[in-house]
Design a protein around this ligand. Sequence first.
Ligand SMILES: Cc1cc2nc3c(=O)[nH]c(=O)nc-3n(C[C@H](O)[C@H](O)[C@H](O)COP(=O)(O)OP(=O)(O)OC[C@H]3O[C@@H](n4cnc5c(N)ncnc54)[C@H](O)[C@@H]3O)c2cc1C
Length: 290
Amino acid sequence: MVQNFNVFDIEYKENLNAKELTTMKADANIKIVYYPKNEEELIGIYNYLTINNINFIVIGNGSNIIFTEKARDVTVICTKKVCSKITLKNNILTANCSTMLSIAYNFTKNSGLSGFEKLAGIPGNLGGAIIMNASAFGSSIFDYLISVKIFKNGKIKNIKKEKINLNYRDSGLKNCLLLSAKFILPKKDKSEIEKDFYKYLYLRQEKQPKELSSGSIFKNPPLVSAGKLIEECGLKGLQIGDAKISEKHGNFIINLGNANINDILELIFIIKTKVYKKFNIKLEEEVRLV
Ligand SMILES: Cc1cc2nc3c(=O)[nH]c(=O)nc-3n(C[C@H](O)[C@H](O)[C@H](O)COP(=O)(O)OP(=O)(O)OC[C@H]3O[C@@H](n4cnc5c(N)ncnc54)[C@H](O)[C@@H]3O)c2cc1C
């Protein structure tokens, strides 16, 4: 079902700074980024890069990605400019990958449908959230999901939730392009949904720094929070250049303005080394280093 069209018509930028593509806004050079504007272009460029064996990555809002020096050889497909498509039929929501979680929340809340209020403060889009199995306050993006539509091996496929192998911060959906998803949402009073949204947004703001970041750098090891381990190593506030381990939350590295990728990587290395020495626990990155 791949359309016959010219990939060279798709908007692109060459030799750009990764600042444009991630919420961390750290300096790094990117070879080329494509900005498809609809599903047809998205599939077209994905298929073109795949069959030509070009090293590439698909990104959404870049809130879980840090580009390193290796990114200068990577081609990026950014879904931010794919026109957001979101429809509601009774309590069934269908939305495409570029739909921001905050938009999904607003859209469904207005129809008295619950499901996105705990996730709405996560600055990602549906594609990134599903691939990452995003969750917050005990609610996961998969809670009300029915199925996803993906493009893989040259074909569009619909996969039911039951067939997806979910793990912590891992949907198991590998080597595929996430196109859209379907959810079945429970009815709830609109004012209750709003009340919950603000409650969880406030809790988030209390715990998390407001500066530029990629969210949690590390996954929580079983039964313990990575932030707590980092705090107990006395690392909160450690700063290299403009990269700093947040005083508010040990698992956040923040960019004070001009953080450079090597400073961030050095902080990551220090954290991993100290936590291992003190607790014999190997922290694993949640954030994707490209
Ligand atoms: C301040 C802050 C708070 C955060 N809080 C939370 C939280 O509470 N809970 C949580 O789970 N996360 C949190 N995050 C992390 C992040 O926001 C989530 O993981 C989010 O869902 C990622 O979405 P994104 O669109 O930014 O994805 P990106 O970072 O762009 O991509 C994430 C991954 O998905 C892949 N991907 C993206 N789109 C597609 C697609 N269409 N097809 C195939 N692959 C794709 C990318 O290759 C990458 O591997 C937070 C981040 C920040 C900055």
